[in-house]
Design a protein around this ligand. Sequence first.
Ligand code: FES
Ligand code: FES
Length: 165
Amino acid sequence: MTTTVPVTITINGEPRDLAVAPHRTLLDVLRNEAGLTGTKKGCDVGDCGACTVLLDDVPVNSCLVLAVEAAGRNVTTIEGIAPAPDRLHLLQENFMALGASQCGFCTPGIIVMAKALLDQNPDPTEEEIRFGLAGNICRCTGYTKIIEAIQVTARQMAAAGGETA
Ligand code: FES
Ligand code: FES
């Protein structure tokens, strides 16, 4: 029998009481216990960035974080970055509008990482965007449209006074 420990993790603003085995990753608990499958499991060893979430507003590879380490902390997943239930984040709008997503497997992690980047640096250069996404692998797009979608988002956010939608 696997021992579990009770943890409370605030996920997308909602406190969730979960029973997790000490060896379980935050990624697996988000997907399987919390039912949030937007966060993807690519490599499970910290190489691809598909599992990126925000832990207290800092991007992390959730496959490298134990769920127990997130106890008492705030986790934001792709499901939680939109400003309202009926509105997408501008990044999501622009990824759709500009064709920055193909198979889509990398997209949640890249959008979460891009949100963290723009929160820190609202006017990034192309080089800064590429550096910020260095840990997020996309095998489909060639990155050009991803960079463009982030640049367009940055310009729209500046025009809207920092608003994301
Ligand atoms: S699944 Fe976590 S970095 Fe690839
Ligand atoms: S859109 Fe397929 S891996 Fe990025």
